[in-house]
Design a protein around this ligand. Structure first.
Ligand code: ATP
Ligand code: MG
Length: 423
């Protein structure tokens, strides 16, 4: 026998038994986003590498070492998307949607990062996200947060803490940058290699380092708070005011910076203690600089994205995951011509009851083994077409999950009978 091929490390099959909880997440998210007036967008999974280099930044973990990049047949460098924000901006610009217009958009799909696989961290993972354009104020940031809070509520998830911070206007960030560079330069000996490299190019990112040996130094670093100007403080105060008035609990975390270059003003994360080390289930904030950075006229932008695998784990851990449900009906048959007649009756049932979940037995086998399959399918009802039913022009209706006598129903009345049993 040939060697069996295995799925790529860090990637996962989502098997039929896993699908109900995934559908739960995606169905709920679609309904939620649409209820807030967000419209769906889908972009290709592959983009030019330059898109991510320009948006996420050359000196980032993602672009330096996590992207799945490869040469197209004509030599262009392409990458599997590591996140979706840059693609949505690119698509919006290309379609002329981002000039002096407001948009609320949502998306769902797989992302790819060549990280070290561990629980909650994979090489193909899935995100649900939202992006908004054209709105400068804290009101839209609050809306994004309220939408996420409602999502947890609808899913029945508990123990997710909201952390918020302000990075201030880009002028503030510049001022803070200088303070930070001075601080880390004073502690140059204690910096790891990554941080040394980032000291000049992107010092804010040092604060986002996951290296445990860097944590003390990072904790003692100056905070952005002291660099915020009046306008940035007002912006942040307005956000907190809305969160207070809509009763969304939060914690201001002055150490919170987002890994990506294009954030300003508000950044937020939803974090849980219940998942172990990979506890961030949603991250977002304002990224006003990005549209211009990708070649458009400056435009306001804010959004978030959530990690589906982490939410699926939480749903399972907290007993909130939707389980598999059986079909409604399993059709078994026996005797001459019964196979074709069963298919015929099943098709007419499907005409009459388009939502009926009906499995027609296939593959032959004894009556007993067919009934075993009917039982294992989880169906509530078995329809039986054997010799006596063929002769009488009826079908037997057998209840598999309840104490209830079997019924003989005329073949032209099954649809009506089934619809009364099933609602
Ligand atoms: P982390 O700090 O956990 O690496 P991040 O800041 O890199 O997260 P984002 O780029 O903001 O993550 O992505 C948003 C969300 O997507 C994260 O909060 C997380 O839930 C999820 N996510 C990110 N990377 C992965 C991954 N490799 N595997 C599974 N989920 C992920
Ligand atoms: Mg990361």
């Amino acid at each position: 026998m040939a060697d069996q091929l295995q799925v790529i490390r860090g990637m996962h099959d989502i098997l039929p038994s896993d699908m109900p909880v995934w559908n739960q997440l995606e169905d709920e998210y679609r309904a939620l986003a649409e209820s807030y007036g967000y419209r769906q967008i889908r972009t290709p999974i592959v983009e030019k590498t330059a898109l991510f280099a320009r948006s996420i930044g050359e000196v980032t973990d993602i672009v330096e070492k996590e992207m799945y990049s490869f040469a197209d047949r004509n030599g262009d460098s392409l990458s599997l998307r590591p996140e979706n924000t840059a693609s949505v901006v690119r698509a919006g610009l290309q379609a002329g949607l981002l000039q002096d217009q407001q948009h609320r958009l949502w998306y769902s799909g797989p992302m790819f990062r060549h990280e070290r696989p561990q629980k909650g961290r994979y090489r193909q993972f899935h995100q649900l996200g939202a992006e908004t354009f054209g709105m400068p104020g804290a009101d839209i940031e609050a809306e994004l947060i309220l939408m996420a809070a409602r999502f947890w509520k609808r899913l029945g998830l508990e123990d997710i803490e909201l952390q918020v911070n302000s990075l201030g206007s880009s002028a503030c960030r510049q001022a803070f940058r200088a303070v930070l560079v001075a601080y880390f330069r004073d502690h140059y000996q204690s910096l790891d290699d990554d941080s040394r490299r980032r000291l000049e190019s992107n010092p804010l990112r040092i604060l986002d380092s996951k290296n445990p040996e860097m944590q003390l130094l990072i904790e003692a670093a100056p905070t952005l708070q002291d660099s915020l100007d009046a306008e940035s403080r007002d912006h942040f105060d307005e956000l907190l005011d809305i969160l207070d008035k809509t009763a969304v609990p939060y914690r201001v975390n002055r150490r919170l910076v987002r890994g990506l270059d294009y954030y300003c003003h508000t950044v937020f994360e939803w974090v849980t203690e219940t998942l172990g080390a990979q506890g961030t289930v949603c991250g977002g904030g304002r990224y006003d600089g990005l549209v211009e950075q990708l070649g458009g006229r400056p435009n306001f932008a804010a959004g978030f994205s959530m990690g589906c695998e982490r939410l699926v784990s939480m749903l399972a851990d907290q007993g909130r995951a939707r389980g598999e449900t059986g079909s409604d009906v399993y059709f078994v048959m026996r005797g001459a011509n019964s196979v074709a007649r069963a298919q015929q009756l099943a098709e007419s049932l499907r005409d009459r009851l388009p939502r009926l979940e009906l499995i027609v037995h296939a593959g032959g086998g004894s009556f007993k083994s067919q009934m075993r399959k009917a039982d294992r399918s989880g169906a509530r009802i078995a329809l039986i077409l054997a010799e006596s039913e063929m002769e009488a022009g009826t079908v037997a209706v057998k209840f598999l999950r309840e104490e209830r006598p079997q019924e003989e129903v005329r073949q032209n009345e099954i649809a009506t009978r089934l619809s009364s049993f099933l609602d």
